[in-house]
Design a protein around this ligand. Structure first.
Ligand code: ZN
Ligand code: ZN
Length: 256
């Protein structure tokens, strides 16, 4: 018997568009057995998702996705680290998430000022899409700019001009472990500044990174993700086997 699973999705508690309960219901209607909500840098949607899972009889695993910084031969790579089975009441985790939220707010204010300087009239309120929204990411900027009718040709480049401090990859692995969870490297095929490499250089680099992360406590590799072709996935599964990593699958669903 095979299970239908999806271990990677986002709700409106980060940059997704759906309420956790609606997300869980949608997966239940599609006959999934097990899912995990993995919002960026936060766990605010987990309690709601777990309650919905219990009511609708679908297993929901508490998860998270960190955007982390990894020093790779002197260059900083942005690696996304998924954490599963985390205790969302863990004090160290909660404290760090509060700090990350503040770093994000600082980045947002600077980015807003930068856009204002470029002549785009945008306020913080324009970035909010619902009451009580606490997470504001680059997609919120993109949507607000579109709503205002502005067209910025190199939009994502502009949005990337103001960087925010990132938690290090090792710290994220440790934080997840401390909260009783397991860490899984997300969508390796989508890693900026790595995915652009020639194929052989890419796979060599990835293997080097996995070896290093494994030493620091990495437990799994997201081998199945929309960014990976069938051939990529086979190679990722092979790598996971070589380094004794769990193989996971996620759609990275952000809403309809
Ligand atoms: Zn990601
Ligand atoms: Zn994601």
């Amino acid at each position: 018997m095979s299970y239908k699973v999806d271990y990677h999705m986002h709700s409106y508690y980060s940059d997704g568009t759906m309420k956790p309960t609606d997300l869980v219901r949608m997966y239940k209607e599609k006959d999934y057995d097990m899912i995990s909500l993995t919002d960026h840098d936060g766990v605010d949607g987990i309690a709601e998702a777990m309650i919905a899972g219990e009511a609708l009889q679908i297993k929901v695993i508490p998860g998270i996705e960190f955007s982390t910084g990894y020093d790779f031969d002197g260059r900083e790579l942005e690696l996304h680290m998924l954490g599963y089975y985390i205790d969302i009441e863990n004090e160290a985790l909660k404290a760090r998430l509060t700090e990350i939220r503040k770093d994000r707010e600082v980045r947002n204010e600077k980015l807003l000022a930068h856009l204002n300087n470029l002549g785009y009239e945008l306020t913080y309120e324009d970035l909010l899409q619902r009451r009580g929204q606490t997470y504001v990411g680059k997609p919120n900027f993109a949507r607000a700019i579109a709503r205002k009718g502005y067209e910025i040709e190199n939009l994502w480049e502009v949005l990337d001009t103001v960087k925010k401090d990132k938690i290090s990859t090792f710290e994220a692995i440790e934080l997840i472990r401390e909260a009783g969870g397991m860490s899984v490297l997300a969508h390796p095929m989508k890693t900026k500044n790595l995915a652009e490499l020639r194929s052989d250089a890419f796979w060599e680099s990835l293997e080097q990174i996995l070896r290093d992360l494994k030493k620091h406590g990495l437990k799994g590799l997201e081998c199945f993700h929309p960014s990976a072709t069938e051939e990529d996935s086979l190679r990722l599964v092979e790598l996971a086997g070589k380094y004794h990593l769990h193989i996971t699958e996620g759609s990275d669903f952000h809403g309809e």
